[in-house]
Design a binder for this molecule. Structure first.
Ligand SMILES: Nc1ncnc2c1ncn2[C@@H]1O[C@H](COP(=O)(O)OP(=O)(O)OP(=O)(O)O)[C@@H](O)[C@H]1O
Length: 682
């Protein structure tokens, strides 16, 4: 049997080097590529009864050419072709724009079928094409293909026909039979036929369902297979931690871990204990308590004689982590060091610190990008924890990893991507999710005011401040304009001072300040010396001041949902009732929907789902940030259900004991290995 997965398109009649190169540019190299180059929509070219046609419907009409077609030209390339079409006793006015040559095919008195857009009120048809009357095999329902300058949609369509005719007997089922039966999927041959040449909309829908499943399934199966292979190949460090010491430490933590925290601690520890490389993503909603989990993991490594590193995206966060870890771990006799741009600037201190790290006198090192610099060497690096990974590039991470002998890696993120989508995005990682907030947390109450209601915002602020709480007031970062941005934040700051000082002191934080200045302000806020912090979004990630209970976000419609959720996550971190006030007059529907979503829910995963839906509908603010892999037929947002099912199915098959021996999986395994080989060659 011919293997359509490897047979090149040049085997088809009429595909020479030029066409082959045009096809290659569309991602079509093999017969299989062509057969899975599916139409992006279908046209119903079955002749319709005039009385049943709706306004502006695209439709095929059959009638008699009742007047001589006339062509009127205007300008060099523009023209209009007009004539009347008699359908029963109705006269329909037909116009074709810029296709003057069609007049030769139209004879007065002859019957024709025309395809175009029908205007009911005017009883007119804006013609798109003439449909040839007698191709007896003509389908009423026909696919429309994406084309390019170099190759026309019509040509692609003909080639698809030819490929199907010549090779349909060689189309093998990749999805194992039991799975196809379980999910009532079509055979691969039926699916390909139904996608390209459906008889009606129903058949096209049926075929699409199988096509989407196949696409998601093969993608997921590829990821899982790859992961399995890597796991077999990649030796990592075996961290033989001291369970007794670890338990003692956990007992000393001033709060009880949530069930979810305990579960992920177990997942991480058992990964570290194995000699294979750990590459795990720790995902948890804002305020869910990821830091303590990271701390436990780092301490575990220390009890086994390894150093661990925690890399944070900003200096403020690195210091915050260092403070917390030192408080928790110093009593256990652990040495914690901070390496930031600041600490390494002083030559003497730097030398001392780096020597200590290199000699292994320091157990836990916390820092920013400064850690990546070449002069930082570790004695025995066992575990790397990366906080908020989207801020670091892949290369930076690789550099850090190269500093140890393939240390275990735990990446923490609060970006609330639904679990299934997280897997499509971070496919090669194992996933641990903290899906529960610490007990006693009250839901943050969110209100949305328009800009005129500033009086209400102030009284809410005053009420909370009177009770001893602290507040953030955030103004948006205006893209490309650091100057306006600063002006904005400064104006807000001044305004707050006018209204609240001297009773309540106000601080200002913005991106143009030096790190030292920023830290001073932050420390003052943490220590409760400042009651209100006016800030731009430099505050966004990870800051933890449990006494802050009000988050006011100005021009909130300028922020994406994920960012709003992050910002709101800065309050509600203690056991006090907290508030989030959105001030916005959104200019469009998407802005309104974002505000409504924020008011309606505090659940990060629900928000993420909504965010993706809005993106799916074309909310550009969100689309830029999405970064999800793209699929040909399936859409991870609208077809989330199929994605979930396909992913689970892939997982079950690949991890089954009889995966390699079960004859049913033979074609699938061949297919996956071919894909993986192609990937490593690319
Ligand atoms: N099990 C728990 N019980 C009570 N408080 C907890 C618990 N776990 C963590 N906390 C506290 O909750 C607050 C938030 O925890 P942490 O800073 O680790 O959150 P996070 O998951 O890193 O959130 P973010 O992504 O928003 O920074 C901290 O003040 C922490 O001390």
């Amino acid at each position: 049997m011919v293997d359509i997965l490897t047979t090149p398109v040049t085997e088809l009649k009429g595909v020479g080097p030029r066409k082959a190169s045009a096809l290659n540019k569309l991602g079509i190299n093999t017969i299989n590529d062509l057969l899975t180059y599916f139409p992006f929509r279908y046209e119903d070219v079955g002749v319709k009864d005039l009385t049943a046609v709706q306004d502006h419907q695209k439709v095929a009409l059959k009638g008699i050419v009742a007047t001589d077609p006339t062509v009127i030209r205007f300008g060099r390339y523009k023209s209009r072709l007009n004539f009347n079409l008699l359908i029963d006793h109705n006269v329909v006015r037909v116009t074709f724009f810029n296709q003057p040559y069609l007049s030769k095919k139209l004879q007065r008195g002859e019957e024709v079928i025309l395809y175009g857009t029908y205007d009911v009120a005017r009883q007119s048809l804006s013609g798109i094409k003439i449909i040839a009357e007698d191709t007896s095999q003509r389908n009423d329902f026909t696919g429309v293909y994406n084309s390019s300058k170099e190759i026309k949609a019509g040509t692609i369509k003909k080639l698809v026909h030819q490929a199907y005719e010549n090779y349909h007997e060689s189309i093998r089922d990749i999805i194992p039979g039991s799975l196809r039966r379980k999910f009532r999927l079509l055979s691969r041959e039926q699916m390909i036929k139904g996608m390209h040449f459906p008889v009606n909309a129903e058949e096209a829908t049926q075929a699409r369902r199988t096509a989407i499943f196949e696409e998601f399934f093969l993608f997921q199966a590829g990821l899982q297979e790859l992961r399995k292979l890597r796991r077999q190949e990649q030796q990592g460090v075996k961290i033989d931690y001291d369970n007794k010491k670890l338990r003692e430490f956990i007992q000393q933590i001033p709060f009880e871990l949530t069930k979810a925290q305990k579960r992920v601690v177990n997942e991480i520890c058992s990964d570290m204990h194995r000699p294979i490389h750990m590459n795990r993503l720790l995902q948890g909603d804002v305020g869910s308590g990821k830091t303590i989990v990271a701390t436990i993991a780092m301490y575990a490594a220390v009890t086994a004689g390894w150093q661990s590193v925690l890399m944070a995206p900003t200096e403020i966060l690195a210091e915050q982590h260092a403070d917390k870890l030192a408080t928790l771990l110093s009593p256990m006799g652990v040495n914690v060091a901070l390496v930031t741009g600041n600490t390494v600037r002083n030559p003497r201190l730097r030398r001392e610190l780096l020597t200590h790290i290199e000699h292994g006198d320091v157990d836990i090192i916390i820092g920013t990008q400064a850690l990546i610099q070449e002069r930082v060497h570790f004695a025995q690096l066992g575990l790397v924890i990366i906080d908020e990974q989207h801020r670091f590039g892949v290369e930076q991470r690789q550099t850090l990893l190269a500093k140890g002998g393939n240390p275990d890696v735990l990446t923490m993120t609060a970006t609330p991507i639904p679990r299934t989508l997280a897997i499509t995005t971070y496919g090669e990682m194992d996933l641990s999710v903290i899906d529960e907030l610490p007990a006693g947390r009250k839901q943050v109450q969110t209100v949305w005011y328009n800009k005129k209601q500033v009086g209400q915002v102030r009284s809410l602020l005053r009420e909370q401040l009177d009770q001893g709480a602290q507040a953030y007031v955030i103004s948006p970062l205006i893209e490309k304009s650091a100057v306006i941005d600063l002006k904005n934040a400064e104006e807000v700051y001044q305004n707050l001072k006018d209204h609240f000082e001297p009773r309540y002191s106000v601080g200002l934080l913005h991106g143009n300040m030096t790190n030292d200045e920023k830290n001073q302000v932050m420390q003052a806020f943490k220590a409760g010396e400042l009651a209100i912090l006016a800030s731009t979004t430099v505050i966004e990630v990870g800051v933890d001041v449990p006494n802050a209970t009000v988050m006011v976000i100005l021009d909130a419609d300028r922020f994406g949902l994920a960012q709003l959720h992050q910002l709101r996550g800065r309050v509600g971190r203690g056991d006090q009732q907290s508030y989030c006030v959105l001030v916005a007059d959104p200019k469009n529907d998407f802005g309104k929907k974002r505000m409504e979503t924020m008011v309606a829910t505090t659940n990060g995963f629900v928000i993420a789902q909504k965010d993706l839906e809005l993106r799916g509908q074309g909310d550009l603010l969100g689309k830029k940030q999405s970064g999800l892999p793209s699929f040909k037929v399936g859409d991870p947002v609208t077809n989330l259900n199929i994605l979930q099912v396909a992913q689970q199915a892939a997982h079950d098959i690949i991890n089954a004991d009889d995966y390699t021996t079960n004859n049913e999986n033979r074609v699938l395994i061949e297919y996956l290995h071919q894909q993986i080989d192609n990937g490593s060659r690319a």
